[in-house]
Write a protein that binds this ligand. Sequence first.
Ligand SMILES: [Zn+2]
Ligand SMILES: [Zn+2]
Length: 301
Amino acid sequence: MADHEWFHVQALAPGVWQLTEPGHVCTWLVAGTERAVLIDTGCGFVPIRPLVQALTALPVTVVNTHHHVDHVGGDHEFDEVLIHEAGVAGLAAGVAAKHLTGYREYALAQEEAAAAYAQLDARFFHLQRDEHRPRPLPACVRDGTWAIEPVAATGTIADGDVIDLGGRTLRALHTPGHSPADVSLELVGEGLLFGGDTVNTGPVYVQNPDSSVPQLRASLALLAARSQDWRRVFCSHFMRTAVPPSYLHAQVAALDELLAGTVARTPAVDCVGTAVDEASFDGFSFFLPLGWLPPATNETH
Ligand SMILES: [Zn+2]
Ligand SMILES: [Zn+2]
């Protein structure tokens, strides 16, 4: 399989593309008249820069939504990499071997499950499109040589920062909760919001030691309060990678239930093999640390 076939490419608007690693993660390329921004660089299973260069000849700045393994894999291919200051150390530290091993096992298990899933879908359900079908995993995943290069960020991006691409503007919104470093990016005046891991349609990961459910609630409430500004909200993971802005309100309402302590949890395992508690709602869930309890009411807002 040629490297570029690993990605599903979808034009979202003139000069805006979603580059999907089906079953894994989405990145987005946004081009103006002067420069382009690549929002995240994916898993790093195959080089992403050749695909980016095939889509735009403009100089490209990488803006990471945060520093996690599946969002920064191609950062080392680019000269300019921006991330929130809370993600600088994580980006420079590289990825722990246990996370690479855990994610590799997840990817292999998903590939095996995908074949049976596709058969069921073709016979009964008819939901899958090309963008939903995981591609055959590249050799580096099979043979265990997949690695993520540590990267020194060339700059930071903070809440409210704007990046002028020439004729269009991206604005960063600091939306911590999943991690302290999360930023969402809005394409100003064009109705598109790139939510990274702040907005997801499978389990929303809030189980890490540096995650915070109250912070995630605050971040999603901030986005939901501006939902009239966006037509579509894009998510990094799972198969529903675009949601209507009303989805933000549904997530805030769910987090309010969770913080009120009224939601049951069931055992689950995240993509790097960590045991978690899962709180499920209609169409999404939240992964929480084992035994998580809501903080006292006066700390939640
Ligand atoms: Zn993440
Ligand atoms: Zn992620």
